[in-house]
Write a protein that binds this ligand. Structure first.
Ligand SMILES: [Zn+2]
Length: 365
């Protein structure tokens, strides 16, 4: 009898060990960072040097390099595009790129025709997406002095063409809600720094320009007009301040997903307020969120410094999503706890969603 009891206890112990092992394997650890295949879907490399891709390889990241129409005219779009082509040609396994188009010659009667031709050439040359930027809605005015908004009828033929070709649009439209607040009311430190340095985009100082709500409404109207357009809302679709608002749009627009570029601070901020709510959001919308940072290399900073910044940014974000460690970040003033998302959710956010929404690296699928 004693013997049987001893065996039973042994079996029970074995079972308990087995259960705890399977439970452990539902989650990644900090140490898994380098092992897991990851994609950063929003970066800007505007240089021929290899510093960025070298660090990405070390940290097991592949990249989407994005061209932006920074209101400096078509020449500057072409310049960034040339860097994309160069990086893609030399590192085809590590880079994809998103093209863009300049709206400087908007009033030219051939603007639509020329833009479509330029986009078509980009697709032939390997671009996998088209970026539209906040200059539409916040900066560019037509010859009548009116701001061009993203739902302008003239853009319909551009979006129709992109939809027909089945390419996604990455849209940075509007700004974080903080942009319409005074600096001392902003929720995250990186926004305070950015708008201190870029007062021209600090909408609190420009009440004559469209409100936050008007920017979001124009974007939503554009999505209503283009239900088949695959749309990745850059920077959490400018709904970074509220997962409820974002969830509402994701429910309404099934072809919309969002990237996290430069808005992880707002995720931290909301996690401080209600971690379980944020965790539930990431689990519920696990197919609609793409990991991204907005890290950049213009070739001017020291390569070692750049590598450290990239590694630290990527590792901190990984710790947040994979573990339940108590953490701090220079973006927010209080501590917060990591979300410890299940492995399959982490895999989607870090790679599978990029492959699905942006069709990145199809040869490696
Ligand atoms: Zn960006």
């Amino acid at each position: 009898m004693k013997h049987i009891m001893k065996n039973l206890i042994l079996i029970l112990l074995l079972l308990l060990t087995l259960i705890s092992c399977t439970m452990d394997s539902e989650y990644y650890t900090l140490g898994d960072f380098e092992k897991v295949d990851k994609i950063d879907t929003h970066i800007h490399v505007t240089t021929n040097r290899d510093a960025f891709v070298e660090q990405a390889k070390k940290d097991n990241f592949r990249l989407l390099n994005i061209v932006v129409d920074l209101s400096k005219g078509p020449e500057y779009v072409e310049e960034q595009y040339a860097y994309c082509l160069d990086q893609k040609t030399r590192h085809p396994e590590d880079f994809e790129f998103a093209t863009s188009f300049s709206i400087k010659h908007w009033d030219d009667p051939d603007w639509v025709k020329n833009t479509l031709a330029r986009l078509d050439k980009s697709f032939e040359e390997g671009a996998i997406a088209v970026k539209v930027w906040k200059n539409i809605g916040m900066v560019f005015k037509d010859k009548g002095g009116e701001l061009v908004m993203i739902d302008d009828p003239k853009l319909d033929s551009i979006f129709n063409f992109i939809t027909k070709k089945n390419f996604p649009v990455v849209g940075h439209l509007g700004e974080p809600k903080n942009c319409w607040l005074p600096l001392d009311k902003m929720t995250v430190n990186n926004d305070i720094e950015y708008f201190k340095d870029h007062p021209q985009y600090h909408m609190y100082k420009h009440p004559e320009l469209p409100s936050y709500e008007e920017q979001i409404a124009a974007r939503d109207r554009m999505l209503e007009k283009n239900p088949n357009l695959i749309f990745v809302g850059a920077h959490m679709g400018s709904l970074e301040w509220s997962v409820d608002e974002l969830a509402e749009r994701l429910d309404k627009f099934p072809n919309m997903s969002v990237d996290l570029a430069a808005r992880i601070g707002q995720v931290f901020y909301q996690t401080i307020e209600n971690r379980e709510k944020i965790r539930a959001f990431f689990i519920k919308y696990q197919d609609r969120i793409l990991y991204a940072t907005d890290l950049q290399d213009n070739g001017k900073n020291e390569a070692a410094m750049l590598a450290t910044r990239m590694h630290n940014t990527w590792l901190l974000d990984w710790q947040f999503f994979a573990t339940d460690d108590i953490m701090t970040s220079d973006r927010v003033d209080e501590e917060f706890r990591g979300l410890k998302l299940p492995k399959e959710v982490v895999d989607k956010i870090y790679a599978k969603n990029a492959q699905k929404w942006l069709k990145m690296f199809p040869e490696n699928k």
